[in-house]
Design a protein around this ligand. Sequence first.
Ligand SMILES: [Zn+2]
Length: 477
Amino acid sequence: MANYDLLIRNGRVLDAESGFDEVTDIGISNGKIERIDQNIDPADASDSIDATNQWVMPGMIDTHVHVANAADLGRIRGLGLQMVAAAGATTVIDLGGSMDALTAGIAARGSGVNVGSLGYLKPGETVPEGRLGSDAILEIVVTALEAGSLGIKLWGGYYPFTPEETANFISTANHLNAYVAYHVGTTESGSRLDGLREVPSLLGSTGRVHIAHINAYCRGSILSVEDEIREALDILLAIRDQVVSEVHLARPNFTLGKCDADGNVLADVVGNCLRLKDYDPTADGIRSALRDGYASTVEETRTGLVLVTGERGVELFDQGNTDVPMSFPVNNAESAFHLTAAKNTDDEFIVDAVGSDAGALPRNVNIEQAMRMVKFGALEPLEMVSKLSLNPAKMIGLDSKGRLTEGFDADVTIVDPILGKASYGIVAGNLIMLAGRVVGSGGTILTTERGVPSVEKSGIPHEVIDITKATMYAGRG
Ligand SMILES: [Zn+2]
């Protein structure tokens, strides 16, 4: 009789909380880590993975993805769910999704990953147009929780509210013990350092929030990049007990190529990216940049979206009458690097986690890029595990994940240190990804007590999270 459902043999096992870093075996049964010990007899296991020369870490948790865009409904793509699993994630949080799109996506293209969602706030869709009073805001947050979301995502950079409304959304979510994430920016500030500077006044002395992609506010649009990084870190330190945050490490940005009837690009971002390399801010400029390999657009394949450049890129750009996603390799490496590595005087990371801001966008590079930082010497292997799994688990209040220790969930990511990529993804003891190929299906929805009735209707398995255990409420201690 087999004692274990799965045995992971001879891997370098990394547990950030205990500092454990040894070559050993892991025995898994009933979805939990049952035993960590050297030389577990393979005859005691129904199945085994040889992890010799590989790194075995608790499953990668990406606290910032987009896998349930409301616009997906009708298309029911769920492609992002495949893409995050391929990159080694075992749990992801959709920062601004629709529960309907999420359940449809899991049913159609689920990859076995656990997914939590934050309700998106878009005037005219989930939020009425015009100014919002306290009653309206309370109803919006309760509606998101009852739909099954873990809380809300404020998209200040795209759909800004007044500072008063923004503060009200945050305090309302706080009172309801809901998760709340904020892409900074109000009607008085932008998706830049000025938006970050405004956060302390929005929170007051008691507000709690997750600040999304810190690096996006350090691109040098107000001060020099170096000074913006320094000031961003100072702000985070000043409100350390009230916020959690993440940084993304992807080089490519994402924007829209749409041009007007005269062939001039509409989006500021696209114009800036083109001018940076001396291309005209026109449709012809985009075509040249595509031909030269500087600009890319995306193409949908069976397993996900991929970046496409060259003549095929031009073809897609013309087929879409310029209204296609565009990507340029412009994200600032210096801000990503410094914000990831920066620590306070207690040797704790100032920015809690690395989150991809990817999902359905082809830049799920958390592991690849964090491994580059390890090779560069900017992160120790155990520190990388903190950034990619332990801290994210704490950020969400997942007290059975983020660790490789007996009794915890058997969510495991195995990383090939030579390739610098995930080689296996395991959720609750089940293999969901093997060498970039997704073999999992379905998924588990992470929800709160209030969301259980609607999630049960979807027929998709769920796990209830107590958000009061999340770092923003429980603290880091
Ligand atoms: Zn995002």
